[in-house]
Design a protein around this ligand. Structure first.
Ligand code: SAM
Length: 299
């Protein structure tokens, strides 16, 4: 039965291609590629000739007929994107649906995927993760988008352009709180880099430098109820050992008010701000909200 093969290709290091992927590419009647020049370079490295056609964001619907015809004529079709797994933040989904509807088999040929490579190297929990793809470009939309996933207890996986990384880290910090996170940059390439820490630390690391390369941002999920810390108490004044605060030491009301004030200036509501500060500092949410109300009273 002629089939549509979804063939994963390297995300940087050209050695990252399976022997099965090479065989499928060699045997396919048609290779539908996001960028034909890019794919020809990969094919020529492995001495594969191949009949390559363009299949990208702007012609993906028009191309359906050509691909269906190839399948109807008994040939296998291989779909590849520029890098990684087709249909993951890349064209492919509509084609897969159409091929399933037409009754032909759809066969994944697994391999590289930046989201998975970044996740497994991040040091963040891998038992549950939530793939988000690319965030909106505008900060206000990005904050809403982050707010929608703030309560999900799974590691968040985000693709981001290097130019927007710092702004997205700032928004993540404001909306999600200072969670553990990691930036995976240039995976499988010469300058592969993982920057791990809290969102604030990572934001400080990249702020003020020209960020380059391809990036996956990974952010710890919301704490699960079972993992919730015991609420700390709120003190009227700064504790004596404020210079080296411990997880259990009381937190002084003035610094909580200051943090709430910052979040209010960033546009967060009282409920959201209290929730975030309570989560960051291990405090009782209602007590923090009570401080928010005094803030609004101007005290
Ligand atoms: N389909 C691809 C996959 O399976 O990973 C993703 C395609 S998406 C258009 C491209 C984005 O993936 C990049 O902007 C970047 O966020 C991420 N990416 C791709 N290659 C990467 C790499 N070598 N290192 C880090 N991130 C990468």
């Amino acid at each position: 039965m002629p089939s549509l093969y979804l063939v994963a290709t390297p995300i940087g290091n050209l050695e990252d291609i399976t022997t099965r992927a090479l065989r499928v590419l060699r045997e396919a009647a048609l290779i539908a590629a996001e960028d034909t020049r890019h794919t020809r370079k990969l094919l020529s490295r492995y001495a594969i000739e191949g009949h390559v056609i363009a299949y990208h964001e702007h012609n993906k619907l028009a191309r359906l007929d050509t691909i269906m015809l190839a399948l109807a004529n008994g040939g296998d079709v291989a779909l590849v994107s520029d890098a990684g797994t087709p249909a993951i933040s890349d064209p492919g989904f509509e084609l897969v649906q159409a091929v399933i509807a037409a009754g032909f088999p759809v066969v994944p040929v697994p391999g590289p995927c930046a989201a998975i490579a970044g996740l497994v190297g991040s040091g963040l929990p891998t038992d549950r993760f939530y793939y988000l793809g690319f965030p909106p470009r505008r900060s206000s939309e990005r904050r809403t988008w982050l707010g929608e996933v703030a309560a999900i207890p799974a590691t968040l996986v985000v693709y981001e352009s290097p130019h927007r990384l710092v702004a997205t880290l700032e928004d993540a910090l404001a909306v999600l709180g200072n969670r553990p996170a990691a930036v995976a940059r240039e995976l499988t390439k010469l300058h592969e880099q993982f920057v791990r820490g809290t969102l604030r630390e990572i934001q400080a690391h990249f702020a003020g430098q020209e960020v380059r390369g391809e990036i996956v941002l990974l952010i710890a999920g919301a704490e699960r109820p079972s993992g919730r810390r015991v609420a700390r108490s709120i003190a009227d004044s700064a504790p004596v050992d404020a210079a080296s605060p411990s997880e259990e030491a009381p937190v002084d009301a003035a610094s909580i008010r200051a943090r709430l004030g910052e979040l209010r200036a960033q546009g967060l509501s009282g409920t959201h701000a209290a929730k975030q500060v309570a989560r960051d500092l291990g405090l009782d949410r209602q007590e923090v909200y009570r401080l928010w109300t005094t803030l609004e009273d101007g005290s």
